[in-house]
Write a protein that binds this ligand. Structure first.
Ligand code: UDP
Length: 241
């Protein structure tokens, strides 16, 4: 346990966390409900302001289209729109648990979501609403890892929590799915992540966190209760700082 617990937190979850190997659905209702349960019960305990940055990889990744010859910026816009779809699914599921939410989009779409305005985001958080940041940063050539770090810095969050979903419960020396001998790190410095070229988040996000002294915890989001444990300061996953 650490003594000072994070108060304002950005949780990054990948779009693929909303899908499920058990079904062929792009957005699996049971999986989204599981995530909503984890998020709403974590927030219900109080003394926590939670913002979520959701990815879009279950729907579209800009790099996929670019590799097939599409214009990269157009393809990335498609990816950003995918994150909005996921954000709406997550919003609906969290609200079904009786928790207020706001989706704030980096791309203006008035009928769908509020525009992202930093002061408003902070106000929503202060009122106990779960804020879901959609459309990344609104700029192509990024993934949602970098907006997770950037928004966290902007709203003065204490930590970025990166929830994994593929059964890898932290940062390893190598991909443990390929090499079972890979060792897990409990703690790492940003310099070690960079020097060892470890696949934690995109390097842009890692250097951003390093430059802005923003700690990062990588943990298995799909393990029931793990989000609460990470928020309670338990040593789940890997802490990068
Ligand atoms: N994207 C973007 N700018 C951003 C955030 C996302 O262009 O600020 C696009 C990019 O094409 C990316 C896609 O949205 O591939 C989906 O996001 P991401 O790949 O991060 O989803 P995840 O892997 O987290 O599900």
């Amino acid at each position: 346990m650490v003594t000072e617990l994070p108060r304002r937190v950005v949780l990054k979850l990948s779009g693929e966390a909303l899908a499920s190997s058990a079904s062929d659905q792009t957005i699996d209702a049971n999986t989204v409900d599981f995530l909503a349960t984890e998020i709403s019960s974590a927030v219900a305990r109080g003394n926590l302001e939670l913002a979520v940055v959701v990815g879009g990889g279950n729907i579209w990744r800009g790099a996929t289209g670019a590799m097939a010859g599409m214009n990269r910026a157009s393809s990335d816009l498609m990816g950003m729109l995918g994150t909005v779809i996921n954000a709406l699914a997550l919003q609906d599921a969290i609200e079904a648990h009786g928790r207020q939410t706001r989706v704030m989009s980096a791309i203006n779409m008035d009928q769908v979501a509020e525009p992202y305005i930093r002061r408003r985001a902070v106000r929503h958080l202060e009122k106990g609403r779960v804020v879901i940041f959609a459309a990344g940063m609104g700029n192509p050539y990024f993934t949602t890892d970098t907006p997770a770090a950037q928004r966290a810095a902007e709203i003065e969050a204490d930590i970025v929590l990166k929830g994994t979903h593929g059964g890898v419960d932290g940062v390893y020396s190598e991909d443990p799915r390929k090499n079972p001998q890979a060792t897990k790190y409990d703690e790492l410095s940003f310099d070690e992540v960079i020097a060892k070229d470890l696949r934690v988040m995109d390097m842009t996000a890692i250097t951003f966190c390093k430059d802005n002294h923003l700690p990062l915890r990588v943990f298995d989001l799909m393990l029931p209760g793990n989000l609460g444990r990470a928020l309670d300061g338990h040593a789940v996953g890997t802490l990068v700082h």
